[in-house]
Write a protein that binds this ligand. Sequence first.
Ligand code: GLP
Length: 222
Amino acid sequence: MINVLKSYKELSSTVADIVEYQIQEEPLTKLILPTGSTPLGLYDELVNRELDWKHVITFNLDVYLMNVKHPESYQSYMKKNLFDRTNIYPDHCHFPFRPFSAFEDKITNSMGIDLCILGIGSNGHIAFNEPGSSFKSRTRVVNLSEQTIKDNSRFFDSIDDVPKQAITMGLGTIMESKRIILMANGNHKLNILNVAMNGEVTEDVPASILQNHNNVEVYYCD
Ligand code: GLP
């Protein structure tokens, strides 16, 4: 179930091939997109391929509860790394918003997500669904775990600057996607990836819910 690729370049281009094919086959594609360091190469690849994003609609997995203008907000990240470098319409780029039921309705009314790209946190989180999150969870405010705050402190001047809360799509929301791709980069992710994909399906390891989805691919490079 885990496809091992030779390099980060290959990881990025393999997933870019999937996104490119999806957009070419269905210009009105609905995507769920991740942030973090892992998808940066994917976004570079996609930008270089000069795809037509005119009809594409995106939903981001999660956002920190922080000033959206901050350079490390996920809104800033997406603008900088993808949106401002393509012809996507800003109105087509959605981030979780309140009321959360309206955000969820927006996804449902878009006739469903064609492709969801995920990363994985070192504690097995997907989006910001930390260990213990209900498999039925929907979009909501969450407290970040100490591990996640520590892991993500590399993007901030100090650990005290890392937001303590976020809004995340729920595991139930993510699982409604028609197709899911999980990307993981680095040896430090291998153990949790194995636990999630080959171990017990449990709310203690949020990514393990993916074993219950019938159209998931996992791509890893060390
Ligand atoms: C953050 C994001 C996740 C992402 C994870 C892994 O916590 N909320 O969606 O999967 O980081 O990030 P990285 O790719 O930097 O290891």
